[in-house]
Design a binder for this molecule. Structure first.
Ligand SMILES: [Zn+2]
Length: 154
């Protein structure tokens, strides 16, 4: 007595049709990509210092953000940029309260407004809740200083 049933017989023509139908799926797979990033507070490695008190460091960080935005835009990749207070306070200091000139052209907009309005980047709050800032404080900065709505329309 056989313990394993024999495999069902599939007509060769049906098998060929199934293989041909599946072939386009294997030949051209679609990959959907979206990127989410955090900028951090000085307690984390990406900035290392308060950007609002160091114009050179802010300018370098801003340049990196600008290049990333241009690259994402050229590749058509949606980007959700989540910022802790450090970059936002730097932007407020060097682009709103004490405006400086930077080599990357943002058409007169500060970097947060340029990311959102020109490059279509989603801007959200991020917080490690340190240095006297919590999530609500970061969200307040985004709303009041940069015009980012509390619940962005999607
Ligand atoms: Zn973080």
């Amino acid at each position: 007595m056989a313990l394993i049933a024999s495999a069902p017989k599939i007509p060769l023509g049906l098998l060929a049709a199934l293989c041909l139908a599946a072939a386009p799926l294997r030949a051209d797979p679609l990959v959907y990509v979206a990127i989410g990033t955090h900028s951090e507070d000085p307690g984390n490695a990406d900035t290392g210092a308060a950007l609002s008190s160091n114009l050179g460091l802010y300018g370098n960080f801003r340049h990196g953000i600008y290049l990333l935005a241009e690259r994402m835009n050229s590749l058509g990749i949606p980007w959700n940029c989540q910022n802790d207070w450090n970059f936002l306070e730097g932007c407020r200091q060097w682009e709103i309260d004490n405006p400086q000139t930077f080599p990357d052209d943002t058409g007169g907009l500060n970097m947060i407004r340029w990311l959102r309005q020109v490059r279509g980047v989603e801007i959200d709050a991020h917080s490690h809740e340190g240095f006297g800032y919590n999530y609500a404080d970061v969200a307040w900065l985004l709303r009041t200083q940069f015009g980012v709505p509390a619940c962005p329309a999607r």
